[in-house]
Write a protein of this length. Structure first.
Lengths: 105, 105
DNA sequence: TAAATAGTTCTATATATTTGGAACTATGAA
DNA sequence: TTCATAGTTCCAAATATATAGAACTATTTA
């Protein structure tokens, strides 16, 4: 992963509505959620939601699939795991970390 | 962890210089690095660096200690681990994830 | 076909962030 | 003391981001 990709992903997550959207998709994974449901559940106007979904898609954190007039959004957990690896790359000079190992997803 | 804390931490990391600073501190952990070294190594003017270090400190991602006229900065890995837990909380409805488990730090 | 529904794009406004020179503070060295 | 060094704070300009109404596109239902 390159720095620009990581910054893009982190910036996508660094906003209240988008963080809520992403976490909702993580929790429902691998089941998708459509914009209508997210708009209602999170109380975000649809134009605003659409903007945020695009940001998350651009960052590779979610994917979209068309199903008739609905759209299905899913969390892309691989990207999240790649990001975490990048953030903690070669942590503690490669020696034993002072933190207990934690499972990601 | 609350949404606001997570957004603050993510926003702190969502910037090129700050991401580089944080990763350098993660890699040197638990050894600290001082601003002078970071300024030179990453080629960031000291006023700009100071601004970024403050953002990372505010977010709880790094800590500072005074040593004479130097300052010692360290990564706070606990915060990073808490953030990761928050992002992936209750992933996949608590069932087996499709991703292999990855160690955080 | 016409009407309803789901989502996206367009747009202008409002808000927040990044930048780095210059001035400032505090410590250590001569 | 006086000078040098390490860092921080102040500031104003440049840049980027978030917001949501209205208009648009595409699909389903009547």
């Amino acid at each position: 992963m390159k720095s620009l990709e990581a910054v893009t992903a982190l910036a996508a997550l660094a906003q209240d509505s988008r963080l809520a959207i992403f976490r909702a998709l993580v929790q429902s994974a691998p089941e998708p959620i459509n914009p209508g449901h997210l708009s209602e559940a999170l109380d975000i106007p649809k134009a605003t939601l659409s903007f945020h979904l695009k940001e998350l898609s651009n960052a590779g954190l979610i994917s979209a699939e068309n199903e008739g007039r609905h759209k299905l959004y899913r969390a892309r957990l691989e990207t999240m795991n790649t990001l975490i690896d990048y953030l903690l790359e070669n942590c503690c000079q490669g020696t034993q970390c002072p933190q207990p190992e934690k499972p990601a997803c």
